[in-house]
Design a protein around this ligand. Structure first.
Ligand code: AMP
Length: 423
């Protein structure tokens, strides 16, 4: 009932919240149009039904109106992609925009100016929402990557539309369906690979996943907080002193739930945070003073790849090392290859988060994954088991399709208890 698939938009003006937060170079040319392409199925569905489209998005983080953040370059590109003229309003509301919307003919598309030129966008402003909502007959949220923010265009505007007139776009529906595959009865063995710089941004996800996964692989800078919590020596590697206790609790929970925890056993350590600095391989729990771990070592790469190869369900978020530097990208690359290999052999894989997605793109492996999420923060919050504000406002209290809580799922089959870690 929230899907646009079963709705006919003929004669309707659809207000679509998209996330066209695309990267631009200094000449204001779009360097990657993926975010625009991903919303084309939703836009085309409305147009092909015989409806009209009003698009709204944010771009960057402008402080009030800043010409550099205007959506001017986006309209011609979208126009080319959909093969129709796109009218750019140069405003969000006001008499001119109202006239455009009022006179909008079916089959036409208008794009409103950057939502974030208006401070009301981030405040959940009722008046601002009513103005925008008045432009259209129905509302569609196709901006998964922004749906964890209770911003006006995501929440307050949606509230102005009754049930039956607000929907998830096709991208949004895809995200929910694929993320739910991980949260509900994912085929075992289910392996989560979590990396990146900080534990602090991923504690919620780790806690929620412990209930669901068979194997938890931790790499990247965040592994050092765990290694430290287990009594290891981390030298000058990054770790979060104030998260050591949380890491310890997660380790305890992992043991209690019978999940296999895999931390790096060897590391590439460097004498400085630079590709030019000297580097060597050492035992992960014994990083010498003055050296910092910047990637997982060869033994760890092989071990992690083996676990991944034997998994039926795989989630990957966060690089295994400082993959931006050539000398420290091997760990991330080997994970990308292992996940792609497992997927080719029939496993379900979901990759998300800016850096992991950048990595699989860099190695031309994105097409080999079962699903690549468009959400960074939104994906993590979803996997924490939280209902995102932009999803809640459309579903209301309707329980249809909500992921089950741990207490509602069937009891897990007892698993073997193993902590493979510091030897
Ligand atoms: P996140 O946004 O938390 O997924 O973190 C991604 C960032 O973590 C990337 O920019 C990596 O360079 C960085 N990172 C991964 N491993 C390490 C490490 N061992 N030391 C420092 N930074 C790291």
């Amino acid at each position: 009932m929230f899907s646009i698939k079963n709705y006919n938009f003929k004669g309707k003006k659809a207000l679509i919240r998209v996330d066209f937060n695309v990267p631009l170079n200094h000449n204001r040319q779009i360097t990657d149009d993926t975010r625009i392409r991903e919303c084309l199925p939703t836009i085309n569905k409305v147009l092909n039904d015989g409806g009209a489209v009003i698009l709204m998005t944010h771009l960057g983080r402008p402080n009030g109106y800043e010409a550099d953040y205007s959506l001017t370059p986006l309209a011609p590109l979208l126009s080319k992609l959909i093969g129709r003229n796109v009218i750019f309003t140069r405003d969000l509301f006001g008499p001119k925009t109202h006239d455009f919307a009022k006179n909008l003919k079916m089959g036409e598309v208008i794009m409103l100016e950057n939502l974030r030129f208006y401070p009301e966008e981030e405040r959940g402003d009722e008046k601002f929402a009513a103005e925008i909502a008045s432009l259209a007959d129905v509302y569609i949220n196709d901006a998964f990557a922004t749906s964890h923010r209770a911003h006006t265009s995501v929440c307050t505007v949606a509230k102005k539309f009754p049930e039956g007139k607000k929907f998830f776009g096709l991208l949004m529906e895809n995200e929910i369906e694929n993320l739910d595959k991980l949260l509900r009865d994912a085929p075992a063995p289910f392996t989560a690979i979590i990396g990146g710089a900080k534990v602090s941004t991923k504690i919620g996800v780790l806690r929620n996943l412990v209930d669901k996964v068979d194997n938890l692989i931790i790499g990247g800078g965040m592994a050092f907080t765990f290694l430290k919590a287990l009594g290891g020596k981390v030298g000058s590697s990054i770790y979060e002193e104030d998260k050591i206790e949380s890491a310890r609790q997660i380790v305890q929970e992992v043991m209690l739930k019978g999940v296999n925890l895999y931390l790096p056993t060897d590391m590439l350590v460097s004498s400085g945070f630079s590709n030019e600095a000297e580097f060597m391989t050492v035992s992960a729990d014994n990083v010498p003073d003055g050296w910092m771990g910047l990637d997982i070592g060869p033994k760890t790469r092989r071990r992690f790849a083996e676990i991944i190869n034997n998994s039926q369900t795989i989630l990957w978020n966060g690089p295994m090392g400082v993959f931006e530097m050539e000398n420290f990208r091997q760990g991330t690359k080997s994970i990308a290859i292992a996940v792609a290999g497992a997927t080719i052999s029939g496993s379900f894989s979901l990759v998300g988060g800016g850096d992991s997605v950048a990595a699989i793109n860099q190695y031309n492996l994105a097409d080999q994954m079962s699903y690549v999420s468009t959400g960074g923060g939104a994906m993590l919050e979803y996997l924490e088991g939280r209902e995102l504000p932009g999803i809640q406002v459309i579903r209301g209290n309707n329980k249809e399709n909500k992921p089950k809580k741990a207490s509602e799922r069937a009891a897990p089959v007892a698993k073997k208890r193993v902590i493979r870690k510091l030897r």
